[in-house]
Design a protein around this ligand. Structure first.
Ligand code: C2E
Ligand code: CA
Ligand code: CA
Ligand code: CA
Length: 279
């Protein structure tokens, strides 16, 4: 590999591989574009359906953010969410995205659920929580049909503050879902100390569920855990019919994944909901 010598802020020589140098260049470009972007215009929301495991009908959608920038093209959230976090822009993005998602949700039939992802930064800031609550109140969306999704890591970083703010959201009728369950540092020590409505099991647990008995046992254990602590169990990343069949017998309540639908536009959600009513 090629290496470049550079100087860091303290004037020390630092060695980068070419690849690393490219990564840093791309990063700082993304940071730059993000700071200058017209986020109201460039951010949008797609919606991925989730279904009731028994009836296999769509009961709601998860909002998934997209960023379309003239210079960069479409940027995926795995890239721009961390960029927003390191540039202190995360709460700004979150509030824009929540407004857009709730605006879209107005067009769905009453009772359709919305799941919305929050970042670690959002949940440690009381003023962001104030803004979230006022956006929800203004939208008229029933908070009983709204869940905020948070990863284990984002809650753990500042547990007491996060837990206070989550309780506040819960007291306003909003549900909390623990996202990517099973991928964080550890889970069981604190799940019972959080006001959780849902646990979303990471898709890594089901990729080999049709061939691996151990994976099935792990899922069975998590489904039991959810039942015992009165949480709704959601399995994400369902891609095949075999997975769906197995997960239904294991008894999880809600399923989500490409098998049921990819993230789609608002118009596409309306077609899916319409088709479902006719069927
Ligand atoms: P996530 O919350 O775990 O969302 C699920 C991700 O897995 C989505 O990727 C979704 O498109 C993808 N996915 C869903 N079903 C399947 C499947 O069956 N197979 C496979 N291979 N993938 C599936 P996406 O949209 O690229 O989002 C990536 C992550 O970015 C999300 O992971 C979430 O952590 C974050 N994110 C997305 N939108 C937002 C947002 O508005 N705010 C925040 N804070 N984070 C967001
Ligand atoms: Ca999520
Ligand atoms: Ca997830
Ligand atoms: Ca994730």
């Amino acid at each position: 590999a090629l290496y470049h010598a550079k100087q860091n802020a303290r004037g020390q020589a630092v060695i980068f591989s070419t690849e690393h140098a490219h990564q840093i260049t791309r990063r700082s470009r993304i940071d730059q574009e993000l700071k200058n972007a017209d986020l109201e215009k460039e951010l949008s929301v797609l919606f991925q359906p989730f279904v009731d495991s028994e009836t296999l009908t769509i009961i709601g959608f998860e909002a998934l953010a997209r960023w379309d920038n003239i210079a960069l093209g479409r940027v995926t959230p795995d890239i721009f969410i961390p960029a927003a976090e390191r540039n202190g822009l995360m709460s700004h993005l979150t509030l824009i995205l929540l407004e857009k998602a709730l605006e879209a949700a107005k067009l769905w039939p009453d009772g359709t659920r919305l799941s919305f992802n929050l970042s670690a930064r959002d949940i440690v800031s009381p003023s962001t929580v104030d803004s979230l609550l006022s956006i929800i109140a203004k939208s008229g969306f029933n908070p009983a049909n709204l869940d905020f999704e948070l990863t284990e890591t984002s809650v753990m970083t500042s547990f007491d503050l996060a837990s206070t703010n989550l309780t506040r959201l819960m007291n306003n009728g909003i549900g909390i879902a623990l996202d990517d369950f099973g991928t964080g540092q550890s889970s069981l020590g604190y799940v019972h100390r959080l006001p959780l409505r849902k646990i979303k099991v990471d898709r890594s647990f089901i990729t080999d569920i049709d061939t691996n008995g151990l994976s099935r046992n792990i899922i069975r254990t998590i489904v039991d855990l959810c039942r015992n602590i009165d949480c709704v169990c959601v399995i994400e990343g369902m891609e095949t019919e075999e997975q769906v069949t197995i997960l239904r017998t294991l008894g999880c309540a809600i399923m989500q994944g490409y098998y049921f639908g990819r993230p789609m536009t608002l118009d596409e959600t309306l077609v899916r909901l319409q088709d479902q009513r006719k069927a």
